[in-house]
Design a protein around this ligand. Structure first.
Ligand code: C2E
Ligand code: MG
Ligand code: MG
Ligand code: MG
Length: 283
């Protein structure tokens, strides 16, 4: 009933759908400008070693401060950018800025950490993607081993040759590859070995119900066992309390991320945290 064909053959949309489309068109238009006009900025969420809580990495999370609408969450504008193809430009900006910042922290004498950057399928479908990453690393003068690109299982489902080729080239450069939201994408596991994946990120939905729920705990246990046998790194996403932290730390989970340790921070706040971490605790 929401969408009907009128007499003349045109689709008739209800007010709500039209409103939604207009909003999306407007937002997309604004997003195009936002990239040029510096309305986008990055936050960095610490990823810590377990059980020591020392920062080993940061996940780079993009933010958009819209001039009239205020903060727009990535869950709203990333899908729009993906559908329109604008994600390619946006992703390139994020990657450049993240690499520049990582180098900047190193220059400031802080302990080097990995920077983990989310990428979309559309970016990996570009034949030149790996080459562009290589150039961005060169420009920033950042060693490839500090960069970890987060892909999702969903990207692996169709086994596209361009995507596989790009991932292989990236591995050859020394870039690390992580699988984000692991356990939610229903793909085969054979790509883990084929692509020599470095890190699995256990999805927050499993961590949140762990260890009190039998089902989620079983899944977490299985992933931790898989990771140990395949000698991969693992990050538990969305750790929010002490119980989750204790369970994961005691069961061999190497790294964790979540509000229990820290929310996403500005570059300046992250620098402070790294500095505090490097100071000797007992005088
Ligand atoms: P993600 O890659 O799974 O990122 C983790 C999300 O969980 C982030 O949301 C983070 O703020 C949130 N989070 C972290 N710790 C906790 C916790 O303890 N509890 C809860 N409830 N949430 C936590 P955010 O920043 O809103 O990003 C949402 C998604 O947007 C990301 O999910 C990622 O898929 C996408 N995204 C963000 N930045 C980029 C980007 O630069 N490029 C692309 N392609 N996607 C991005
Ligand atoms: Mg991620
Ligand atoms: Mg994630
Ligand atoms: Mg997730």
């Amino acid at each position: 009933e929401a969408k009907q064909r009128g007499k003349n053959g045109y689709f008739v949309y209800c007010d709500h759908q039209l409103q939604q489309m207009r909003t999306n068109m407007q937002l997309l238009n604004d997003l195009q400008k936002a990239i040029q006009q510096k309305e986008l900025f990055l936050l960095y969420q610490p990823i810590v070693q377990l059980p020591s809580k020392r920062i080993a990495a940061v996940e780079v999370l993009v933010r958009w401060h819209h001039p009239s609408l205020g903060a727009i969450p990535p869950s709203t504008f990333i899908p729009l950018a993906e559908e329109s193809g604008l994600i390619v430009q946006l992703g390139e900006w994020v990657l450049k800025e993240a690499c520049r910042q990582a180098k900047q922290w190193q220059k400031e004498g802080l302990t080097p950490i990995r920077v983990c950057v989310n990428i979309s399928a559309r970016e990996l479908q570009d034949r030149k993607y790996a080459k562009r990453v290589e150039m961005i690393l060169q420009e920033a003068n950042l060693e490839a081993k500090w960069l970890e690109l987060e892909i999702t299982e969903r990207m692996m489902v169709y086994n596209e040759p361009t995507i596989t080729r790009n991932l292989n080239l990236l591995k050859q450069l020394g870039v690390r590859i992580a699988v984000d939201d692991f356990g939610t994408g229903c793909s085969s596991l054979s790509y883990l070995k084929q692509l020599d994946i470095d890190t699995l990120k256990i999805d927050r939905s499993f961590i949140q119900e762990c260890p009190h729920s039998y089902y989620e705990k079983a899944i977490v246990d299985s992933v931790l066992s898989l990771v140990q046998h395949l000698n991969m790194n693992v990050i538990a996403e969305g750790i929010e309390d002490e119980k989750q932290f204790d369970y994961l730390a005691k069961n061999g989970c190497s790294e964790g991320q979540g509000y229990f340790f820290s929310p996403p921070l500005s570059a300046e706040q992250l620098k402070q945290m790294l500095q505090n971490m490097n100071e000797p605790r007992h005088v």
